[in-house]
Design a protein around this ligand. Structure first.
Ligand SMILES: Cc1cc2nc3c(=O)[nH]c(=O)nc-3n(C[C@H](O)[C@H](O)[C@H](O)COP(=O)(O)O)c2cc1C
Length: 181
């Protein structure tokens, strides 16, 4: 059975979190189990760049990444959802991704399916969500994951604005279910 990990780049109970919960519920109906990880609500030390993980394949920090890494290893599909922050991905998500370096160096991300979703407040043409998506997608590329789906939600400023875009959410969720199943 397919296992999914949804990583939410916003600790705010807002658009990213709403989308993750909708996705988890819809996947459950398809008998696909999804864990949600919200790095901003966890204890995660910043990567110091010591590169020890390049040599021994793990990080010496003892924090919530120990559990997270196990969940990532067990997942077939990783879904990254981030709010756009100054045209980039959120700091919370970047801190999390830096700490995945042990899995990158030990090639344990290879072959996993990856999905990237960016949510921004502006119109697509203005302060584009493109750069955040490019950053996430280059992570998939570097770690030899299979990027199976990307999407940008725009015009989501207030924390519930995404819920006004029900048709778009439905399309994204239906598409994802088809690919992940
Ligand atoms: C510090 C900061 C920077 C932001 N920068 C952008 C941006 O460059 N482009 C954009 O479209 N929205 C930007 N936003 C708005 C958020 O992306 C938007 O409100 C998003 O829906 C928030 O997601 P959340 O509710 O999951 O936290 C920014 C918000 C914050 C707090």
């Amino acid at each position: 059975m397919s296992k999914v990990c949804i990583i939410v780049g916003s600790r705010h109970n807002g658009n990213s979190s709403h989308l993750a919960k909708i996705l988890k519920e819809r996947l459950k109906k398809e008998r696909i189990i999804a864990d949600i990880i919200t790095p901003g609500n966890q204890k995660i030390y910043l990567c110091t760049g010591c590169m020890d993980c390049d040599v021994n394949g793990h990080c010496d920090f003892k924090d919530d990444m120990t559990d997270n890494i196990q969940k990532i290893i067990n997942a077939d599909t990783l879904i990254f959802i981030t709010p756009d922050r100054w045209n980039l991905l959120s700091g919370d998500l970047k801190i999390f991704m830096d700490r995945l370096n042990p899995l990158y160096t030990s090639k344990k991300l290879e072959g996993k399916k990856m999905v990237s979703i960016v949510i921004g407040s502006k119109d697509k043409a203005e302060y584009s969500t493109e750069a955040a998506l490019t950053s996430l997608n280059s992570f998939a590329d570097a770690s030899n994951m299979k990027l199976i789906y990307s999407h940008q939600f725009n015009n989501c400023l207030e924390g519930t604005d995404i819920l006004e875009q029900q048709e778009e959410i439905d399309n994204v969720v239906n598409e994802l279910i088809k690919i992940i199943k």
